[in-house]
Design a protein around this ligand. Structure first.
Ligand SMILES: [Zn+2]
Length: 209
């Protein structure tokens, strides 16, 4: 018998080990090109994170699940979507999803705005910055009909660009028809699927290492 066997049953392995599969690159919030993380500026468009954050003169809100500034999700819709998100967070307690509706004007870049929010928004009571890094922020600009997804740096490593881009694309027809409920419900369901898929891939690669 080894020492290991004498110990109490070990805590169940977390499905998403933090930073284990962290990518060596980040996506530029402005031009969406990938570049090496240690770069201070995007080599493609010279996007500068510090300058970008200064351009938004808003008071950053507290990051929470619902930030429905455009008031397109009534209480019954939220309840319906909450049930799907709750199933997700039950399976993956680290992960949280924040939905923010805005009405912005050109030339504000929605992805830069998301990047700003991810960095500037205040933490909820009892939340820490590590939890922020597992947050996925979905921005819906109801005025211009635009969508943007900003993942925290920890969850980002588990998200395949093409898959999530496709999930956003699927939201568009319902959004154009102003059926925000159906649009968001479809996305949240896709998000659950995609995170499960990533979790399975992680478990497989853990087994093979
Ligand atoms: Zn760029």
């Amino acid at each position: 018998m080894t020492d290991q066997d004498n110990k109490a049953p070990r805590e169940k392995k977390k499905v998403f080990p933090a930073r284990m599969f962290k990518r060596a690159t980040v996506v530029c919030p402005s031009c969406l090109v990938r570049f090496k993380e240690h770069a201070d500026q995007c080599p493609n468009c010279q996007f500068d994170a510090h300058r970008s954050v200064e351009q938004f003169q808003f008071d950053p809100p507290v990051m929470q699940r619902w930030m429905d500034n455009a008031k397109v999700f009534g209480a019954p819709v939220r309840q319906e979507i909450d049930q799907i998100i709750d199933r997700l967070t039950k399976q993956f307690p680290q992960v949280s999803l924040s939905i923010c509706t805005v009405e912005l004007d050109d030339p504000i870049s929605l992805s830069e705005f998301g990047f700003w929010m991810m960095n500037a928004c205040r933490l909820e009571d009892g939340q820490n910055s590590d939890q922020r890094s597992w947050t996925i922020l979905l921005l819906i600009d109801v005025k211009r009909g635009l969508l943007s997804l900003t993942p925290g740096y920890a969850i980002e490593a588990f998200m395949d660009d093409a898959d999530w881009q496709e999930a956003l694309k699927m939201m568009v027809p319902d959004m154009i028809a102003r059926d925000y409920r159906l649009s968001l419900k479809g996305f949240v369901k896709d998000a659950v699927q995609l995170l499960r898929k990533s979790a399975q891939e992680v478990m497989q690669s853990v087994k093979h290492n």
